[in-house]
Design a protein around this ligand. Sequence first.
Ligand code: NDP
Length: 297
Amino acid sequence: MSTVAFLGLGAMGRPMAARLAAAPGITLAVWNRTAERARAFAQETGVRHAPTPADAARGADVVITCFPVSADVEAVLDGANGLLAGLARGGLLVDCTSGDPTTSRRIAARLAEHGIGFLDAPVSGGTIGAEQGTLTVMVGGESALLARARPVLETFGRKIVHCGEVGAGDALKAVNNALLAIHVWSTAEGLATLGRAGVRADVALDVINASSGRSNASMNLFPERVLTRAFPRTFRLALLDKDVGIAAGVAREQKVPAPLLQLTADLFRVAHGALGEEADHVEAVKLVEQWAGVEIR
Ligand code: NDP
């Protein structure tokens, strides 16, 4: 039996919390900044709606957060309604935000002063992986804390990997997503070039996907989202911009020359600025199309 609080019912958090709500042996409380979303979720699933982060955390063995950025997690720690007012000594905060290592280390240090454990535990697998409980969870922090959290993480995660100290999960997630961004952008440039040269995108992908230039972008994202012009909104471009920026920042901090990471961070910052807060990450392709004067079809 375990008492869990889940904070942040967004595109990822909502289906992750739904897996917890359906799991036997877990008592769940949920909090969301826009209270109406948490209220509706609680009504649908029969879990408790908490009016504040402190209230959600009261009596919880494990608190999970899933916000856009680490600064949002840091901001719910303090004050009469904050997590620290509700979490007891011996409690554990598991942050599933794709966060940044520096802020995560600062949060861990603050919680440690109160005898509370911290794991950074970003996830990959998208909204479908969250719905199906097949996420990969990359964890930074003490392995004894992960052992405690593992049964809870297993409700939405299939592959749960201990990556190192606090911040290691964040760093790995950021680099993974930087690779995603590179693949999306470079595949768009390649297909736009081929389009101008008279090769249809479906023909190009047929060959590339049987050859060494293939990637998740060429095998799945382009056929399903670009060639169909569907561009479903599952993962905001704003969040991918943030992730590539984190990866580029880690490279700078570690003094690793990484011109491709720095350039990709700049490109996604430009795309985010041009396409806005609600655009999906794959819509970055539209900027490449605009520059090339060709649509990838
Ligand atoms: P969304 O934008 O869909 O949801 C964000 C959630 O955080 C909402 O519940 C929102 O509340 C809440 N929130 C936003 N700002 C604050 C704040 N300042 N204080 C408190 N709560 C806040 O994001 P996602 O669910 O897509 O992403 C969440 C995290 O997961 C991100 O770090 C992202 O990079 C990562 N991720 C996303 C994936 C995806 O496919 N979408 C895949 C893997 C990781 P409200 O309802 O009030 O807006």
